[in-house]
Design a protein around this ligand. Structure first.
Ligand code: GLA
Length: 660
């Protein structure tokens, strides 16, 4: 019986339904890695939990099982004739709470919609005419009540194709438009306006300045103990006494001069503004070497990132030895006779490496785990914490990422005390060192780390898992870990000078795809603007983790807009938050030191839409002057609200200043 039914449905589907020469292409034969969905992975010929496709008691042999919210973009050549499917909520969802909607768009026009569907509803039949259509969008929404139990089936889904086979795309094609004007040729001082250092610690701060070279630097009111190199703008030395020292920094070139106040706060607090720098992980993963790190430092100077305030060059995992490795780059003795940790063969001389990075006016970062092994299985700090910190100090590092990894096997439970223990231990050791080392807690947000990250001595703490853990999933993770984790947990309440929420690195430019290749980021140009804008509004560290030596003009434009960076580095240090959400439109606001507000108008939807920021949401009254920060252009005076069209997954960032 079953065999007969299967054969019948197969024939019904694969028998020609259209003009001679047309071919049937099942939806499931497309590259479903491009399908974004709220839970799990797309399934071929079965439902999301790997059970047979079944809607309203009716079984289907082929189709795609997905989960709301699900998005699939498909490129057609205009010769695809029809799309047919039977859609509905899968019978295995297991709860009447699930509710979904199916919607199909062709070239931005709605072609079909299902209305709300629940478990047990009979499948709805889709048959849409696609002649002339070039971009198709298959959407499953959550019907407005969240995605729980939203198991969605595109059953018997197939195209009738006369021309080229439909191709799934990660996103509709988008032009990479450079919005940021080049900095003026005259000097301009950028980046942080406040910088923290502890008494007696060696200080290195490079005055970040754009403009033609050669440029000379000078400073008024330099406190005793500090010196400025006029040729490089490197401020070095150390301060003996606590206090806030305001220095007037000056930069001059053949075309003009600039000045700005920098306040060096000598006290117990580091990281008065979010860290800015580069990290090796997402491009070099376990291939990182001394040479790569030196080239990264060279690149940060050559491509000008240093002139916008970027300062850390951070090695991630894989500089140490792998216990038991018989040969290869990680083989060797994990520690020397005194128990001091060794670097592996790819890092012959760590002190020489940090000297090199420092000679460029930059700072150096290192990585380890509180567990016996790092996440890649190399030597961690467990039971050697004091020695390892001493070694990092000897080597001359300025930043430490402390990654939970195998400490899961050491901790007795996941209670707060156990989650905090390794970080408390490490920060107490760091506090005794004659060198400032900024501590980044990496434990993926466990135990609401934002509530206690600062208390246990962290200068920043990762708020979620790896943003780029799945290369194809970076876009989805950006919206989930950036927007949703942040807004749901009201993380703005916990960040501030000395301790910042860290939603992970800026994943643009060229990245590893974890399959042995370095490829362009899967983020669309608008998504890249969105990441940089959101990170600036929420006061997240700006750590670029793409290939810095190959950063192209578009990537540098996203990373190096000084007015956007000024929002990130605002000295008030008050992280912004979401103040309004209407479906896919969100408004995020950050209060700035000068009384103005940075307002991000975000569009999380699949099509351009107008996003509006009402003064009541922004928290302002009266006329406001608006400046578009990406374009660095004044856009006028506004009353009551500011609104703008915002592209798919894009943003408009304005600064509103009272105009009275
Ligand atoms: C974890 C961290 C990543 C990276 C890797 C290295 O996954 O969250 O940021 O450091 O380990 O192994």
């Amino acid at each position: 019986m079953l065999a007969t039914r299967t054969l019948f449905s197969f024939l019904a589907v694969f028998a020609p339904l259209s003009a001679a020469g047309a071919e049937i292409v099942p939806l499931a034969s497309l590259d479903l890695a491009h399908m974004r969905q709220g839970w799990g992975r797309p399934q071929v010929n079965r439902a999301i939990r790997e059970t047979p496709l079944s809607i309203g008691g009716r079984r289907f042999d082929f189709g795609v099982g997905t989960h709301a919210a699900s998005v699939l973009w498909i490129e057609l050549d205009g010769k695809t004739e029809r799309f047919l499917a039977s859609v509905g909520l899968d019978d295995a969802a297991g709860s009447p709470a699930g509710s979904i909607t199916f919607t199909i768009f062709g070239d931005g026009r709605k072609l079909w919609q299902s209305g709300v569907m629940r478990q047990g509803d009979a499948a709805k039949e889709v048959d849409v005419d696609l002649r002339g259509v070039r971009t198709l969008l298959l959407l499953v929404g959550d019907a407005g009540d969240g995605i729980d139990y939203d198991h969605a089936d595109w059953c018997a889904a197939r195209f009738i194709v006369a021309g080229a086979k439909p191709a799934a795309l990660p996103a509709p094609r988008e032009e990479a438009v450079i919005l940021t004007p080049p900095p003026p040729r005259t000097p301009r001082i950028n980046g942080a306006k406040v910088f923290g250092v502890r008494p007696g610690s060696p200080l290195l701060f490079t005055i970040p300045a754009t403009g033609d070279r050669p440029m000379t630097f000078a400073a008024d009111n330099l406190p005793e103990g500090l010196a400025l190199d006029p040729a490089t703008g490197f401020l070095t030395g150390s301060l003996a006494r606590k206090g806030a020292y305001s220095i007037t920094c000056r930069a001059r070139n053949a075309l003009g001069a600039a000045e700005r106040t920098l306040t060096i706060v000598c006290g117990d607090t580091l990281a008065l503004t979010p860290h800015m720098g580069w990290n090796s992980w997402y491009v070099w993963e376990n291939h990182v070497t001394d040479k790569i790190m030196r080239e990264a430092a060279d690149a940060m100077v050559a491509n000008g990132m240093i002139n916008h305030g970027y300062m850390y060059i951070n090695i991630d995992d894989c500089w140490m030895v792998k216990p038991g490795a018989p040969d290869g780059p990680f083989a060797g003795e994990p520690r020397d006779a005194r128990g001091m940790i060794n670097s592996n063969t790819r890092f012959p001389d760590m002190k020489a490496l940090t000297d090199y990075i420092h000679s460029k006016g930059l700072k150096a970062g290192i990585y380890t785990s509180p567990g016996p092994l790092t996440c890649q299985g190399l030597t961690g700090a467990y039971r050697h914490e004091e020695l390892d910190v001493r070694r990092f100090v000897e080597w001359g590092f300025d930043f430490l990422k402390y990654d939970w990894c195998s400490y899961g096997g050491v901790a007795k439970d996941r209670g707060r005390a156990e989650l905090q223990k390794p970080y408390r231990l490490l920060s107490s050791i760091l506090a005794r060192q004659p060198r400032d080392i900024v501590l980044n807690l990496c434990q993926y947000g466990m135990g609401e780390v934002w509530e206690w990250g600062k208390e246990v001595g962290g200068q920043s703490w990762r708020t979620a898992g790896d943003l780029g853990g799945s290369f194809e999933g970076i876009g989805a993770a950006l919206f989930r870990d950036g927007f949703d984790v942040y807004a749901r947990n009201e993380l703005h309440k916990f960040g501030g000078p000395g301790g910042w929420n860290d939603p992970d690195y800026i994943l643009i430019g060229h990245l590893s795809n974890w399959r042995g290749q370095t490829v362009p980021t899967p983020l669309t140009p608008n998504e890249q603007y969105t990441q940089m804008t959101l990170w600036s509004i929420i006061a997240a560290p700006l750590i670029f983790s793409g290939d810095i030596a190959r950063a192209d003009a578009f990537t540098l434009n996203v990373l190096c807009n000084d007015e956007v960076i000024a929002v990130n580095q605002d000295p008030l240090g008050k992280p912004g938050r979401r103040v309004a959400k209407h479906e896919d439109a969100e408004v995020w606001v950050r209060e700035l030191e000068d009384g103005a507000r940075a307002v991000g108008l975000f569009n999380r939807g699949e099509f351009e839409t107008v996003v509006e920021a009402a003064w009541s949401d922004v928290g302002v009254a009266g006329p406001q002057a608006a400046r578009d920060l990406w374009r660095q252009r004044d856009v006028g005076r506004f009353m009551g609200r500011f609104s703008a069209p915002v592209p798919r997954h894009g943003v408009v960032l304005v600064k509103l200043t009272p105009a009275e």
